[in-house]
Ligand binder design. Sequence first.
Ligand SMILES: [Zn+2]
Length: 541
Amino acid sequence: MHQAAYKESVSRAEGATPETPESWVTSAQEDLASKLRTQTKVGVAKNVIMFLGDGWGVPSITLARILKGQEVDHVPFGEEGQLHVDTFPFTGMSRTFCVDAQVADSACSATAYLGGVKANTGTIGVTSNVNRMNCTAQNDKTNHVSSILAWAQAAGKSTGIVTTTRITHASPSGTYAHIANRDWESDFDITDTTNGEVDPETCDDIAEQLILSDPGKNINVIMGGGRRKFLPDTVTDTENYPGQRKDGKNLKDMWIESKGEAGKYIENKAQLAEIDANNVDYLLGLFSHTDIGYLDEQEANQDPSLEAMTEKAIQILSKNEKGFFLFVEGGRIDHGHHGNQALRAIWEAVEFDKAIKKGDDLTDDDDTLIVVTADHSHAFSFAGYANRGSKITKFAGTGSDELPYTSLSYANGPGAKNGTAEHRYDISTDPIEEVTYEQVPLVPLDSETHGGEDVMIFAKGPFAHLLTGVHLQSYIPHVMAYASCVGSGAVYDGCNTIPSSTVSSTQSNTDTTTPDPNGANNNNPVMILLMTIIILPFFYR
Ligand SMILES: [Zn+2]
């Protein structure tokens, strides 16, 4: 069979405005002029929004851009399209390894990008003194890692967490939980995952920590899935799913009671739309018994979009004159990838970008720092030589075994299918354009794995330029704290400016295009030592 036989034959170039040698030069000159005009901002970030794409590695970003270009914006080809996050002026790289692992999971990763301390796989909001499943170490408060959300609360700011996964899932719980096992989302889970060795009476689960402990109980806006983690197993919810808790606690009712008139509890997108932000100071939205549906399932499930949740959250939180911290997770990009469902994962990434745009549109770059990053990547590649303008799901060519392959592929995962002794599995008649199609991976595994390469950081707003360059993932919340004068950032004299006597002429790895009038580079060793002594207690509590 000829090499090109499985390539898409119709290129979108036909009928499109031709790209010319001159048009590339014009485009580059416009980009250059825009970059030369880029100013670093050094005011106080009254608000901080962190957008976290779970499993949002670089291939997912590129493919979301193409898919959005072709299916949403209808640009001539797709590759030349633009995500909203592409417009952010500052980018860097985040090194995601965990204390005990080369490739991160969402738990240790959350501790790093929210608490500023790297930790062990499967643990959340605790230091590496805590090994997975060790509840005794979990209960030792000296092992607790605080988070940017807790620091924002301590500074009198409003706070919110929004996700498409269960609100007790690893990423959002990094803002409020201290747990030795990410799977301990309810008391039932604690007994289930350890065969009863850990007593849920003495080991508080994640849902319980959210509703009954600091800082979870003070969070103004909580939206996501995971309703059953909050309900007793004797109760059936409005969608006829049973609760999961063995301890009889109805955490949903306890939350409603504790918030009184200022609080509102909701379960579907119509109720979300009806919320008047002016009259609501506390909002708990539990939209599903488990994760919120994928984009292609949301309509049937009456689930709100990530964009709609982000919008309502900002409307409520921005009533606080002192500002807010909001965490928004596009959580199901990761789940699509784990299932080898590449197209589904990429649609989730397009939706994530819509939420980022909404957050950016509703806030002002002068007083709001927006940070967009991922917790880790995936064993996912975008490869081969498909024609320009090809649909991302299409065949990219033919292997030396004369069988076709797609541009999207996984190193491992559940989509494995056996071929013959001579040939790998033949995908030529597979429904490769369906959103539930599972790409056929190299190595069969129950769940596709994460990838360990660095992930992107995109930032805009005050001190966003501090996130350029290559950094440990645990650096990120220190920047958010510094820019917004909370937690470790608040100990600096003059809040987020450095006293002039400490300004060093040494170049940092920031990529500023204009000199920083406040001298944000602090390389004085004595000052760093002093700051370290002052800052450390903020993290180990
Ligand atoms: Zn994952």
